[in-house]
Design a binder for this molecule. Structure first.
Ligand code: TEU
Length: 560
């Protein structure tokens, strides 16, 4: 836990937390490291790579779900919250992971998926037996509409109606995701009791917190067509806080696709007793197509991207806290989406990391991002595994889209881009498994892998390690006040962070050509270059020439 010499005037109202200066690393266990040759990553595989993560410098690992599951949605469909999926290992493996991570100063954050369960969860197995079953009200059931169809027109995120008819009991149940992920009924206090009991059971095992899957959905009012931000959403989160993690020093981050700066302050404000922070997705969705969404993404508009990121920096400047991320297991690879993989792979991957990690908030690295892993060039729908992509393929092709056009969209935005195996080495299957991987490895692994980067000072990996350590060394990175500059410049992102008279200046070009810039007087500074992806710059005049994707940060001390 770093202890910064932070004057109270510099960051009024901010109560320092260990996770302010921490960097989180997300592991998608299925794709991280397979220890037993079955082609599926597992917990012993993660234990085996803890030294790697310690060397990188991360303080927290967020594990995507590891619980028992039929794996319809790779574990986001849980059939038993208190046991580990057989292919991932045992509870003893999990305890060993927690203990060995702790020895390296790393906490384990679990994925809490409580908007829904699997249809194989015992509660649902019971609930669908009869209308008067004791567990019936654990889920959301409604009679058919007058014409026998679904009760209303709510749709599933994975396509089609959110209602599935249950022939045994002649009612529909709600699923905002796949039909194998029935939504829990949070209005039922027994459901909440069970969930809190389960959370405490994990907290007692020594975990460092929870990432909360689609937490903005738990307050839904289906009869009013309300799914996100329901009337009791924040009551439930406050109750959860009070009855589970509130008295413990842990990190909690809610996934909230609907979050606005206003609601983020409700979730993470200092007097709210809810969560540490949320994942908001405005910077992600602002480049989606109005009609076809992520399946037909627009090119990145830097002016818009800067304005969204800046808006969030300002909104949570004095209260609340930001999470910072480019990617996760649902999103395309950061360097493929925002950078340039055909000529400036290394430069653009480093630039994106610099821009993200030097903003105010807690950065999240998605596995493989630290070596610049890229989207996967699958050429056939057969190569995809993701339930969302497969469902959407069926629906879009039925609706008349050509399979080629769908594949183009899936190549850019499909979730499997993030789920191909971690590229450890140039060995077969990228050193991920000695067996046959559950999803194909990206063919670029012979040149793009950790082994070729960890001992190279100039690698993307070394750049990430440097950024993570800068956050631990400089309070200005953690608490400095954010200010953006040159907001209308279409190619360059410029911002400063200021704390106790110290100023950190960050400059990053998103252009694939040289750019020449006129700097305002306030930014014609000199100091110490903390990080760069070309030759370091430490003194800036009126004109600044930037090479493609050039980025750097200069730290200027207050005048003596
Ligand atoms: O994701 C929520 C969610 O809304 C995504 O499905 C999203 O709509 C889509 O990926 C956009 O590209 C969470 C988990 O992160 C995801 O992996 C799960 O599939 C989903 O919840 C259901 O648990």
């Amino acid at each position: 836990m770093p202890d910064f010499a932070l004057s109270p005037e510099a960051a009024p109202g901010i109560e320092r937390k260990w996770w302010h200066a921490a960097t989180v690393y997300q592991i998608y266990p299925r794709s991280f490291r397979d220890s037993d040759g079955d082609g599926i990553g597992d917990l012993p595989g993660i234990v085996d790579r803890l030294d790697y993560l310690q060397a990188l410098g991360v303080a927290v690992i967020w594990l995507s779900p590891i619980y028992a599951s039929p794996m319809d949605d790779n574990g986001y469909d849980i059939s038993d919250y208190q046991s580990i999926a057989r292919e991932f290992g045992t509870l003893a493996d999990f305890d060993r992971l927690v203990a060995q991570a702790r020895q390296r100063g790393i906490g384990i954050v679990l994925d809490l998926v409580v908007n829904h369960t699997s249809d194989e969860h015992q509660w649902f197995v019971e609930a669908r037996r009869s209308r008067n079953n004791d567990y019936r009200d654990f889920y959301i059931w409604r009679p058919p509409a007058a014409d026998g169809g679904p009760p209303n027109d709510l749709t599933s995120s994975f396509g089609g109606s959110a209602w599935t008819f249950d022939p045994t009991t002649q009612e529909y149940y709600l699923h905002l995701f796949s039909r194998r992920q029935p939504d829990l009924n949070w209005e039922n206090p027994r459901v909440r009791d069970e969930i809190y009991r389960m959370m405490n059971w994990w907290l007692d095992r020594g975990i460092a917190g929870f990432r909360m899957d689609v937490i903005d959905l738990i307050g839904k009012k289906v009869d009013d067509g309300i799914t996100t931000d329901g009337p009791h959403l924040h009551d439930y989160i406050q109750e959860m806080n009070r009855r589970t993690f509130g008295s413990r020093d842990v990190l909690t981050v809610g996934e909230a696709w609907s979050a606005t700066p206003g609601s983020a302050l409700l979730y993470s404000g200092r007097d709210r007793h809810e969560l540490s922070m949320v994942f908001q997705f405005e910077h992600v969705t602002q480049s989606w197509d109005e009609v076809h969404g992520k399946w037909r993404p627009k090119s990145i508009d830097l002016v818009k991207l800067k304005s969204v990121l800046g808006k969030w920096q300002h909104a949570l400047a004095e209260d609340g806290w930001n999470s910072l991320f480019w990617g996760n297991h649902d999103l395309p690879r950061a360097v493929s989406r925002y950078g340039n993989t055909s000529g400036y792979h290394v430069e653009s991957a480093k630039m994106l990391a610099t821009v993200l990690h030097l903003m105010k908030g807690t950065p999240f690295i998605y596995q493989g991002e630290e070596i610049g892993m890229t989207n996967v060039p699958f050429t056939s729908i057969e190569q995809y595994r993701d339930v969302e992509t497969l469902n959407m393929h069926r629906l879009h092709v039925e609706a008349g889209l050509s399979p080629e056009e769908f594949l183009r969209g899936a190549n850019q935005s499909g979730r499997d881009n993030a789920r191909t195996p971690m590229q450890w080495s140039a060995d077969p299957h990228a050193g991920f498994t000695t067996g046959s991987p559950w999803i194909e490895v990206n063919p670029n692994y012979p040149t793009l892998n950790t082994e070729s980067q960890i001992n190279d000072e100039k690698s993307i990996w070394s750049h990430y390690r440097k950024l993570i350590s800068l956050r631990k060394e400089h309070a200005v990175v953690v608490y400095g006040i954010f200010q953006s500059w040159l907001d209308q410049h279409p190619d360059v992102f410029v911002y400063t962070r200021t704390l106790d008279g110290q100023r950190l200046l960050v400059i990053a070009s998103f252009a694939s050509r040289d750019v020449s810039l006129t700097l305002p007087g306030e930014l014609q500074l000199s100091g110490r270059c903390l990080i760069s992806n070309y030759a370091p710059k430490d003194a800036l005049g009126e004109t600044l020439d930037l090479q493609p994707y050039e980025s750097f940060a200069v730290l200027c001390d207050p005048p003596a």
